[in-house]
Design a protein around this ligand. Structure first.
Ligand SMILES: Cc1ncc(COP(=O)(O)O)c(CN[C@@H](CCCC(=O)O)C(=O)O)c1O
Length: 388
């Protein structure tokens, strides 16, 4: 059967992370690839008790169709936590769906979309379905440069996609002054900001900086997720946006999946309604801080000269820059042959190739396996450097 695919489908590519995750299913593989939260961070007991309350008190709601905007008590909980009107909140099936819906309602073929580079490859993949032209915005260690946001660069761009907290893949965090300057420039230029923030509650010192949303609620579409603070298997996220954008996203979501599963929304609300999250997050932050120290110590011990990396203050990722001569895509094959996996950096780039970069996720690997995996990675890099 010769299936005639749409032009969009013909251009589709696989997620580098999803493809590598297939390889990492072998238990002997030390995987620094997927941004999977540590299973030790899942509040299993609290979720089990929430499930009992769900079936005892909310079974009909949890098992029935629900409103596309989401389960009202959960929307209200999100709205209160973010300081917005519940009418601006839409619950989504992971924040990944929010990325897809924003692409669907904001991007025409050929539309310009401004992105950091590198940036989250899942966002590039979601937006790409709608055939934009990506424009990479100059950035430094603090994030996108507001000075790069001039009328010429912005032109008719539909939005700027940015992550202010512990950015995937670089791990960097935008200082408050940079956030304010970025929001001000975007406001002056009438440019919508899409703020993707799955890691905002994962600062190891427990601090939270003001969101871009809080600096300009009418100019920012904010994405949040329960994946990194509760469980990714729930596939639960949310979008907070100006009313006109909420209306369009809801219409698109009606066509996509009618609504996010009622069961998951009621379960999550039953779990978080009495303050579980704040108690739970203290332990998650302490665990991730220890994991990060183990990773940074191992890198310092085993990386050959010329390899650079950041020191994240939160989140789940370390970003390595290799000497120009090395290609992380080629090195991945050699590393996997020695049971170590990571995500090559090229897939995170929308502008320059970035072949000599790679992302290491560190929260799910026990410290002794981090030490062994990074030692092997160091040997693979040293052998490659000796061969150039
Ligand atoms: C910046 C950013 N925005 C949205 C997402 C998607 O999270 P959810 O759909 O809310 O689980 C993510 C999740 N990214 C992880 C998860 C992907 C894992 C996978 O594809 O299995 C990663 O980069 O490894 C993210 O980092």
């Amino acid at each position: 059967m010769n299936i005639a695919f749409s032009r969009r489908a013909e251009a589709l590519t696989s997620s580098a992370i999803r493809e590598i995750l297939k390889v990492t299913e072998r238990p002997e593989v030390i995987s620094f690839a997927g941004g999977l939260p540590s299973p030790a961070s899942f509040p299993v007991e609290a979720l089990a008790r929430a499930g009992e309350r769900l079936f005892a008190q909310h079974a009909h709601t949890a098992l029935q169709y629900g409103p596309t905007e989401g389960y009202a008590p959960l929307r209200e909980w999100v709205a209160a936590r973010q300081g917005v009107d519940p009418a601006r909140v839409v619950m989504t099936t992971g924040s990944q769906q929010a990325l897809d819906l924003l692409g669907k309602v904001l991007i025409d073929p050929g539309s310009a979309v401004l992105v950091e580079t590198p940036t989250y490859l899942g966002a590039l993949q979601a937006f790409s379905l709608y055939e934009p032209v990506f424009r990479a915005l100059s950035s430094d260690d603090d994030g996108p440069l507001p000075a790069a946001l001039d009328a010429a660069a912005v032109g008719d761009a539909r939005f700027l996609y940015a992550q202010p907290n512990f950015q995937n893949p670089t791990g960097r965090r935008m200082p408050v002054a940079r956030r304010a300057a970025l929001v001000e420039r975007a406001r002056e230029l009438g440019l919508l900001l899409v703020e993707d923030d799955p890691y905002g509650e994962l600062a190891y010192d427990g601090t939270r900086l003001p969101s871009l949303l809080s600096l300009n609620p009418d100019g920012v579409a904010h994405l949040g997720s329960f994946s990194k603070v509760l469980s990714p298997g729930l596939r639960l996220g949310y979008l907070i946006a100006p009313p006109a954008l909420v209306r369009k996203v809801v219409q698109a979501k009606q066509a996509a999946d009618l609504h996010t599963p009622s069961l998951v929304q009621v379960l999550a609300h039953e779990a978080v309604r009495d303050g579980l999250l704040d108690r739970h997050l203290e332990g998650v932050r302490a665990l991730y801080a220890a994991q990060c120290r183990a990773m940074l110590d191992a890198l310092a011990r085993h990386m050959p000269a010329g390899v650079r990396w950041n020191r994240p203050q939160g989140g789940m990722f370390v970003w390595l820059t290799l000497p120009q001569a090395l290609d992380a895509g080629e090195l991945l094959q050699r590393a996997v042959a020695r049971n170590v996996a990571f995500v090559p950096g090229a897939a995170f780039h929308a502008g320059e190739p970035g072949a000599n970069t790679l992302r290491l996720a560190f929260v799910t690997v026990p410290a002794e396996r981090i030490e062994r995996g990074v030692a092997i990675l160091g040997e693979v890099l040293a052998e490659a450097l000796n061969a150039v």
